[in-house]
Ligand binder design. Sequence first.
Ligand code: BEZ
Ligand code: FE
Length: 287
Amino acid sequence: MNLTEQVIRSFQNIENERHRFLITTFIKKLHEYVRETEPSEQEWEQAIRFLTETGKLCHEQRQEYILLSDVLGVSMLIDQILHEKNEVQTPSTVFGPFFIDNMPIRPFGSSIISDDAAAPPLLVRGKITDIEGNPVAGARIDVWQTAENGMYSGQDPHQSTDNLRGVFLSQEDGSYAFQTILPVSYPIPDDGTVGKLMAYAKRSVWRPAHIHFKIEADGFQGLVTHLFLEGDEYLQNDAVFGVKDRLIVRYSEEKADDTSRERYGLNTDYRLIEYDFILTGDESRER
Ligand code: BEZ
Ligand code: FE
């Protein structure tokens, strides 16, 4: 019996079949990797140091390992495997580290801007539907995005916690609407081991501008996704590989009119994104 077989056998007493499979397959692939690459002792030590440093950076507010998974494409690979069986539903993408739970529930059509913003208003609106196009009422839509300086609240001590964040509930006809400003592209946190790796590989740490959405509704699978802006210079080169074509949207320039004034209190020219999110029923969940 070779060493790999011995190690695999040493884990055979794990009773949970799935866990046994996950661990023994990991060992098999790891041993294959070591056999193929034949690391020197120095390289092995360097790898251990990298993992140690990465672990030391992790705490409640920072998860360097998730960031590592993101830049290695593992987060998006898992997303693909779990969510791409249904081609009708709105595609999902990475969650990212900047979500804050329990943000205020805001009225339909209201603004998520809590601090001053110089950019023209952006109205984002559309419907939440099922895969047949029927409206989904009462869906909980969490949104969050960067301010004009490319930072999220929580990351930037100068922003109010609820700035550019909020929760909206879809109306009876499935519609949702909120006011914001255009998000901007920004670098992922690059002051840790992931940043060092990216610099060493001469990779860009930038993400194209996007608005995050987390949508939950009774009877439906949750959806974690973004809307990206057409024309962004980083769409082809997202540091975490999160872009999907169906999530790229265009905004239009609109003039204030009676409807925008009455429905949304928009008295100035504004920008508009219209996007419908399609949810899959809970019953088709795979695992
Ligand atoms: C984000 O979009 O917020 C994000 C996602 C992955 C890594 C870093 C940031
Ligand atoms: Fe983001």
